[in-house]
Design a protein around this ligand. Sequence first.
Ligand code: ATP
Length: 246
Amino acid sequence: MSDIVNTGALEAVGLEHRYGSKTVLRGLNFTVEPGQIYALLGGNGAGKSTTLGIFLGLVRPTAGRARVCGQEVAADPQAARSRLAYVPENVALYEHLSARENLDYFLTLAGSEQSAPSDIDAALEAVGLAHEAWGKRVGGFSKGMRQKVAIALAIARRVPVLLLDEPTSGLDPRATGDFNRLLDTARSRGVATLMVTHDLLSAAEIADRIGFLAQGRLEEELAATGEGRFDVRALHQRYARAGEAA
Ligand SMILES: Nc1ncnc2c1ncn2[C@@H]1O[C@H](COP(=O)(O)OP(=O)(O)OP(=O)(O)O)[C@@H](O)[C@H]1O
């Protein structure tokens, strides 16, 4: 197919976006490779949600291209969406169904072949949801448990790309640590993750690259280095400047 090109799992190429006369993205470029976690940081109104919306095919860019596994999103949003899982800030599940039943239901909706119960259990095991919760209604689940169900769905669908919107907001440090371990599991399976966040500490702990978005452009991109990963103090100073600029 002519729309498919060989690139990273997620690619923004010269993305521009205007809402009416307001320019929000001004030539945004970045790539997320398979097995990489990319954290996109920026102050309020920097254009992070707009960027996610473009990758989800909900916002059509004014110029430039967004690609998911080489598929240009605007050319075929459904084909692009079939390759990714989106985890919003608050995961919506069927409250009266159990974790297992939710997975079964969403897998059927996603058009997966008849999903074997063993695949569902393997996905729940992979994300570390406590066994006693598998058969319980999700109505009483915490935000962290809901995220585990959402990531289990991504694992069971075997999608190569994860898009996360503010995944750790409202999580306590322990749940944030659990969530980061989840992302690490997905990374070790080769999943490419783009996470939009204000949580600098969490990004510094788990991301391979951090991009600072300000005034619609990527002002700076930092790569993790070995064990220390990122200099958190320098990141804080950098982030404060991005906040000022936004
Ligand atoms: N549908 C829309 N119509 C008009 N303007 C919009 C629309 N959606 C977003 N904007 C504006 O575009 C700019 C970027 O918004 P966006 O939600 O992408 O930023 P963000 O980085 O996600 O911000 P936050 O951290 O506050 O969620 C903001 O000034 C916002 O007011």
